[in-house]
Design a protein around this ligand. Structure first.
Ligand code: 3AM
Length: 190
């Protein structure tokens, strides 16, 4: 199954961002983008790709340990950015250092579970809002519009394992469906 580790924002934060995204969708070019569903919004920590069923228990055990070693930390949705003209995302503020460490731990957990992880170049905390369809849309006005956006902070207290169900036949406009298949609480501070 196709899996990734992630931090899921709480409903309040999702609602705030959804209101912001409604504004973004009024901008020129918005129709040329494939917008992600609020129900599936996440901060990817480590993408594992196809993982055999028998690897999941070991992976879960490692992820539980990674979570246990992490202290709860504050995070807020903040501003936005883009990956070239391919993806528009919302950014984060708060303890990005702890988020980054958690991403490294999730990556290490997957490797120790025997998953062949890509070498990743730097970790950019991001929550993908839209991807471009075939024709490129200039994402800069969308990033500029997100500039002043600041959601309320929350305390991240758990790590999630999410399964991605890809759309059948790669039908244009269809999005993957995400299903949380595991969740582990962080350990205490320190
Ligand atoms: O939703 P975001 O952008 O955080 O882009 C994919 C998505 O990230 C990413 O994993 C998340 C869930 O699908 N992803 C997909 N294929 C990938 C790959 N080969 C990948 N990340 C790295 N390498």
């Amino acid at each position: 199954m196709r899996l990734f580790a992630a931090v899921l924002p709480p409903a309040v934060a999702v609602d705030e961002l959804a209101a912001e995204v409604r504004e973004l969708k009024q901008l020129p070019g918005a129709d040329g983008l494939r917008w992600t569903e609020p129900a599936g919004w996440h901060f990817t920590l480590a993408f594992m790709g196809e993982v055999p069923e028998e690897t999941v228990p070991g992976l879960s055990e490692r992820l539980a340990r990674a979570a246990h070693r992490t202290e709860p930390f504050p995070l807020a949705l903040h501003g936005g950015g883009r990956f070239g003209d391919r993806a528009l995302w919302a950014g984060a503020s708060g303890r990005l250092d702890v988020l980054r460490r958690l991403a490294e731990r999730a990556d290490a957990a997957a490797r120790k579970a025997g998953i062949d992880m890509d070498r990743h170049r730097g970790y950019t905390p991001h929550l993908t809002l839209a991807r471009s369809r075939a024709a490129a849309v200039d994402l800069r006005p969308f990033v500029a519009a997100l500039d002043g956006f600041e959601g309320g902070p929350w305390t991240v207290g758990e790590l999630s394992l999410v399964r991605s169900h890809l759309p059948r036949g790669g039908i244009t406009g269809q999005r993957p469906r995400y299903e949380e298949v595991g969740r582990w609480p962080f350990g205490g501070a320190g």
